[in-house]
Design a protein around this ligand. Structure first.
Ligand SMILES: Cc1cc2nc3c(=O)[nH]c(=O)nc-3n(C[C@H](O)[C@H](O)[C@H](O)COP(=O)(O)O)c2cc1C
Length: 176
């Protein structure tokens, strides 16, 4: 199904279901330069910051994708129909450091409209983001000690805010 542009005021998601239930691909890099990587993400948020629509993602420095979120100024978030779940599982288990996992996934990287990072032709939602902020999670500020259970080493996530500059999706992601 072709994706339609979605005005930001009409962009509608069930946020926890999208992140926790459906998962997304986080893709950073430059499509034209053929330098990018992708990984599955299930932690993050969509909302408003500094009067702008924004997405927040968290990336452990051990991920190959981290090298791209650091070097490049944009990223995309893409969601897929349930039949792609095994592909997302694979892209969230294997590292692009060891193999060309995108090529092996059967997904087709496509140019974005506003940012250098690519989306995927098979996606049902593409959110294009321009990086505007980063920070590192500080374990001394975990107010619930069980959060520490999510970490086995010192691989605390780096947080990135991306201003949402374009959204395309199937009808389900649009109300108006
Ligand atoms: C369902 C799921 C959700 C994940 N969410 C995140 C996340 O939010 N942040 C993160 O750093 N890693 C997350 N991961 C782990 C990465 O996707 C995984 O380590 C991946 O292989 C990294 O690939 P890369 O080394 O090519 O970047 C998740 C994995 C899965 C399966």
């Amino acid at each position: 199904m072709p994706l339609q542009p979605i005005p930001i005021d009409e962009f509608t998601v069930r946020a926890h279901q999208l992140w926790h239930g459906q998962w997304l691909l986080l893709t950073a890099g430059d499509h034209a330069a053929r330098r990018f990587n992708t990984m599955t993400v299930a932690w993050g948020s969509l909302g408003t910051m500094w009067n702008r629509p924004f997405a927040q993602v968290v990336v452990r420095p051990t991920r190959f994708t981290y090298e791209f979120t650091e070097e490049f100024d944009s990223f995309t978030l893409t969601a897929f129909a349930p039949r792609f779940r095994p592909v997302l599982k694979e892209l969230g288990t294997r590292s692009g450091r060891d193999m060309d996992k995108i090529d092996g996934s059967g997904l087709t990287p496509i140019a974005s409209q506003e940012v250098a990072a690519p989306g995927f032709a098979e996606a049902e939602l593409i959110v294009e983001c321009r990086k505007i902020y980063w920070d590192d999670l500080d374990p001394e500020r975990f107010l619930d000690p069980t959060i520490e259970d999510q970490y086995s080493g010192d691989d605390y996530h780096r947080v990135y805010f991306g201003e949402i500059v374009a959204v395309r999706g199937v009808d389900r992601f649009r109300t108006g």
